[in-house]
Each structure stands twice: as C-alpha cells, then as structure tokens.
Design a protein around this ligand. Sequence first.
Ligand code: PMP
Length: 465
Amino acid sequence: MAKSFKMESVEVEMVETPNRRICTRIPAPESLPVIEKLRKFEPVSMSGQPLVVWDKAEGFNVYDKYGNKWIDFSSGVLVTNAGHSNPAVKRAALSMIEHGLMHNYCFPTEIRSELAEKLVEISPEPLNKVFLLTTGSEACECAIKLARTYGLTKGGRKKIKIVTFMEDFHGRTMGSQMAGGSPSAKEWIVNLDPDMNQVPFPNSYYYDWADESRADYSDDRCFETWMGYLDSQGIKPEQIAAFMPETFQGGWAQFMPVGFVKRLRKFCDDNDILLIFDEVQAGFGRSGKLYSFQHYDVKADLVCLGKGVSSSLPLSGVIGRQDVLDLYGPNKMTSTHTGNPVCCAAALANIKYIFDNKLIEKSEELGYVLEKRLDEIIARYPEYIGNCKGKGLVKALVITKKNSREIDPDLAHDIVRISIEKGLLFFAPVGAGSTIKVCPPLVITKEALLEGLDVLEEAIGSAIG
Ligand code: PMP
C-alpha cells in the first residue's frame, strides 16, 4: 500500500513570495483537530488527500486559516478552470441567492433556459440539446442510459453493448463504475453486465511505455488490429449501441491518436453506433480547446460535462444530438436537482468569463510553457520520470523507481508532500498511485506557473535525495 499523509507536523523552511507563504509547521499544528474530526466522522475513503485544511481559495491560490498560502496545481481536481472563487462566478451565484431562487426542480426557469442555450451555442454540431445534472458520474450514467435506449430503438435487444476502454474512469456509482476500466474497482458489483465491455485504449499508457507485451494500438493503421480484438471478444458491430472513451485518460492525461479516432467515427457512422466523449475533466478549456475531443477533429453524438462547466458549484450534464436527448417523454428523464438555479447562474458566468478572457487560448499557450519547463525537469531526472503526457494545462508525470519501468507510488507521494511543505499544492497521486497531475486553474500567471515548476523540481530533488 502506498504511503499516507501523516498527522505529524514537521518543521519546514519558511517561504514568502508574492505567490506562496509557508509560516507554520506542516501540516499546520492548529489544523490537526479539524482533520481528526473528519477522520472520526467521515469514512476512511475521504482521508486520502494531503493535509491542507482549505479555508479560502481565490484565483490560483489556496489558503489555510493559519497564514499559509499555496500555488494550486490541482484546480481542486480539475474543476476551477476560471479560478477559485472567480469574482464573476461568485457575483452570479450570490445575486441568484439574493434574488430569491435556490431551487427549481424541473419547473421552467429563465436561468436554466439561458444556460442551456449558451451551452448549445458554444458547442459544435450536432450537440443541440442538453440535460443538466449534478455530478460527473450522473452525467456518465445518463449517457449510458440514453445510448442503450438508442440501441434498443435501432436494433432491438441485441444492440445494447456499451463499449468503454481499459483504464478509463467514469465515476463511482454502479453504472459509471461498471463502465470504468479498472477491474479491481468494480469487484463489489460482482454481477457485471455482460453488455458493458472494455477494450484497449489506443495509445494506452500501458503499451506506450509501461508494458511492451501489450498489443500496439498506438497508430491509426492499427485500427484493424484493434477491431480484431473486439472480434476476439465476441463484440460484433451490430451489437454495439455506443463507444464511450474518456477523451483523454485522466490517470495519465493520455490522448488517442487522431487518425484512430477518425476511423472510429467512421465505423460508428457506418454501423449506427453513438460516439460519446466523457469530457467531465477534459472540457472547458483544460487542454487548450473548449472540448478536448476537438483535438481529434471529429463530431460527437453525446458529450458528458462536469467540473469545469461551472468552475465551482456542482453541475454536470449530457449534451448531444436532439434525437437522442429526446428519447424519453415528459417526466421520464429528470432529476431533483437538475439545473439548480444557483449552479446555472455560476456556470453561465463561468462560460462567459472563459470566453471573454480567452482562457482556452491561454490554456494552449501556457501549455507550451508548461511542456518546455517539464521537459527540462525530466531531462534533469530522467531516471525517475517514466512518462509525461497531456495538452494545454493538464500534464501527468509518471514517477518510477530509478532507471526502471516500475512505478513508484512512495516517491510520488514524497514529491507531493515536499511540494506542499514548500507552498505548492497537488492532489494525491492518481493512476496507479504514481502519477502527479499538473493542472492549475487556467487563470494562473506565467510567473506563478514557472515558480510552481521550480518548486516541483526542488521537491523531486529532495525526495530522491
Ligand atoms: N468522468 C471523468 C472523466 C472524471 O474525471 C470524473 C471525476 N474525476 C467523473 C467522470 C466522475 O465525476 P464525479 O466525481 O463528479 O461524479
């Protein structure tokens, strides 16, 4: 088992820059009772993150109550694209609360109409209707339900397969976890649906770097080999209702080859199969496009939205083809908190802010700065960094044992812990526990981004030392 973050405050060097401040032992001694209370009253599953008790977060900074201030490279798990507590988003949410509407169920509201119109307006064809929900898992569940219903209407009970990808993540509710590509995470389900199948992710991290014994699906010319895999699993085109990849795999920020996705799109068109992109973490400018699937230059039939859609309050959704979104009649596809008015106001203001401030372009440009500096860091520590992927302001560093292909979750943990002691915040390593994700809010300045990367470089040096 990988190391956990310890409830012991240690003496660390004081830090004071315009972007960071560390002025207590870390974790801050006065914060420990809060963490102890959480440990007592919350499930253990909630105790995996670094021991920083968030008091306030603004822009690209997170603050505790005790005077410490971090540069945030987590965006609170790729949510706060427009920055933490973005003033425009905050004003919009507050004014909806002050106006006096905090809940609407499925009754019509003006704010929901405005957000639905805006989402369709900014999204490429044929994404013409949107159903708003609350969490990313819920959006994925809903996309699965719509796709299967679509398959049933097109091919009867034999066209119901939902094909997702090994190592994908789509959430932790039953359907979304079943769609995920981690067998150990779904042992609890026991009776897995035989018509939810996982196939290799082309350009998989495993092939690409970690396990050369895996078949090479890294190239669009390998589409036929990949189809051969489907065939070997007994998955026939006429049985498939939908493919649903994560646009890039979150565990390693890994994209598919463009040519491959184009061929997949054609295959879907030829066989009346829906192509769904799970953009819960990939959307709203994160990778230098509004939606990350736009890197593939293909159309989507359905897209799962979440996280960066509001940069703050819980809102998610499925946006897609009108004929698919309209498969259920009145009151047959609803949710109590659908399009909560405060969340809608926040999302609308967030989208306006992202476009007005050209955050998508900024993500692309700063992405090059990030890539160049990470290349230097990798060149300095090539023995310990096995892989680095991503686009725009999402990058993933896979940490390994020295000169080995074996991942090193303990070293990754130490790098994150030491970074935090120096005023740079990451969430706990992901993937198989050894991937450090660099994903700051898109409003980060170039200077703060580079300062954070200097800290990361120092932290790697200390962790190895
Ligand atoms: N899909 C993807 C690609 C995700 O990254 C996540 C969350 N990490 C989810 C779905 C699930 O979202 P939520 O945690 O909001 O249910």
